[in-house]
Design a protein around this ligand. Structure first.
Ligand SMILES: O=C(O)[C@H](O)CO
Length: 327
């Protein structure tokens, strides 16, 4: 690369800062000439022809047709994470742009997050912490009953890589496992975690003490869990979402939680993200919300960054793009 100009890559910015982690910047700058969205907009005439890739960290910068039209030499979009619901793959392909993601590395951490939310909700971790640090609450042990995890039934909706990893973890917690998926898993995979297939989602919803969503967001899963589905759940059940906010009809969820149709919800994803400060979900005691941090550990995020850089370099060199997502 000595003496050669580094490829121009567009990244998002937050104010004057690059929209990526500080400790990723050095690695990326050795390989790419990073152009922030702000710099690009200020100097479009010169930069539009130079930019050859977009480093899309957590869905940003957003890509629309106007942006694609303005970047005639764009060849690759490297998107972080597994979900690609924020990308129009057909549109990108019609502009000759290849897309990659980082699906494998995020699954373990995201499954851990699912279990973390399940445990936090069932054992009232957030409420307990608030009480413990509050100077003027009196402690009555009898107030702090939670829901037992061991022996409870977990219903996993979406038994892909992440869903299956949740099942492996839940098995260690001695949970009974039901799952609903487009396709039934192989018998040996089912028996390894003791999971029972529910062809109909309704059967799972009616039996589970914890319903955990791990599906991709697609037109088929958009608002998959609405008023009807929430009403099928047990009044003692908890909904856990580690997939996408839009898999749940959020207004119906608010109503169900307010009216105790279900017991609680623990959500790593909402729509929008973050929720407006006056959103009714933020006022409910029986809800835990985290800011879409399923894969947010230092090691995983570093590997995601390396994989994205690798995909950009391969795509720009005309080589097969690792982890390419086809339209
Ligand atoms: O899909 C993922 O990996 C994360 O949820 C972020 O997009």
């Amino acid at each position: 690369m000595e003496g050669q100009e580094l490829p121009y890559v567009l990244v998002d910015c937050i104010g004057e800062r690059l929209g990526v982690y500080e400790d990723h910047v050095g690695f990326l700058k050795k390989r790419f000439h990073l152009i922030t969205m702000k710099e690009y907009l200020e100097n479009k005439t010169v930069l539009s022809k130079k930019i050859r890739a977009i480093y899309m960290w957590y869905h940003k910068p957003a890509i629309n047709e106007e942006l694609l039209q303005s970047l005639p030499n764009l060849k690759v979009v490297a998107s972080s994470g597994v979900g690609i619901d924020h990308l129009d793959l057909k549109l990108l392909s019609s502009y000759g742009v290849k897309v990659s993601n980082t699906p494998f590395i995020v699954s373990t951490d995201t499954a851990d997050m699912g279990m973390a939310l399940l445990l936090a909700s069932s054992r009232r971790l957030v409420e307990g912490h608030e009480m413990a640090v509050s100077p003027d609450t009196e402690y009555f042990p009898a107030d702090w009953l939670g829901v037992e995890v061991s022996g409870a039934t977990l219903g996993i909706v979406g038994m892909g890589t992440i869903g299956y990893k949740v099942a492996e973890r839940a098995k260690a917690f001695e949970m009974k496992i039901l799952y609903h998926n487009r396709n039934q898993r192989k018998k040996e995979e089912e028996s390894a975690v003791g999971a029972v297939y529910c062809k109909k989602i309704d059967d799972l919803l009616q039996q589970a003490d914890f319903v955990l969503l791990a599906v991709n967001l697609t037109p088929q899963t958009h608002k998959l869990i609405g008023k009807r589905e929430l009403e099928l759940m047990k009044p003692t059940a908890t909904l856990i979402n580690i997939s996408r906010g839009l898999v749940v009809d959020q207004d119906a969820l608010v109503e169900a939680l307010q009216n105790k149709v279900i017991k609680a919800a623990a959500l790593d994803v909402t729509y929008p993200e973050p929720l407006p400060r006056d959103h009714p979900l933020l006022k409910l005691k029986n809800v835990i919300i985290t800011p879409h941090i399923g894969s947010a550990t230092k090691k995983t995020r570093w590997v995601m960054m390396e994989e994205m850089a690798e995909s950009i370099e391969a795509g720009l060199a005309g080589l097969p793009v690792p982890r390419e997502v086809l339209p």
